[in-house]
Design a protein around this ligand. Sequence first.
Ligand code: 5GP
Ligand code: ZN
Length: 190
Amino acid sequence: MTDCIFCKIASGEIPTKKIYEDQKFLAFLDVNPRAVGHCLIIPKKHAATLTDLPKEDAGPIFQIVQHLAKIITERLGAKGYNIGSNNGESAGQAVPHLHLHIIPRYDTDKHKAGFEAAFQVNEDAKKDIDKTLSTITRGKIIPPVKTTSSSPAANPSSSAKEQDETEDKKGEPKWCFNDEDDIGDDTIEH
Ligand code: 5GP
Ligand code: ZN
């Protein structure tokens, strides 16, 4: 997308503090960190929200979040982390290109636990971003991680519909709802 700031970051047109990159995904430090090491993981190809992301990329992006959360917390000495993603303007999404936040948390944080508090700005976290970057990356961005995905990636020609049918046949849960499905009573057939 031509006018999207995260597409420009993905293409290298806008510089950023990169911590991870592979063929499809990129992670970089948030310009307005809510805690030291606050970073964002994005697909390089524009997708506005999680539901716009190709199905076969949904698993891998979360595997990368898991991988980076471990490295970041270890290298920065964080005690925990928040994972968050705002999807849609009404959900508070300021940049309409899908991004998942990893916000490391520390014992010294004045931050109060809970989702609402997770995104509160910590001015101290803005102070030495280059030091944070080098502590996380140790001078070299984190190498690509091998992710596993379900059948569409193994067989890129198979459509999401085909995959759902295959899963149905295998007796797996059908996670895809349509208008006729009753989603009100929380029942999922196994
Ligand atoms: P949202 O509110 O959409 O979930 O979060 C958008 C995030 O992107 C914010 O935390 C904001 O600080 C960050 N952000 C916005 N523009 C830039 C930018 O140009 N570079 C970086 N690194 N982060 C950005
Ligand atoms: Zn974009």
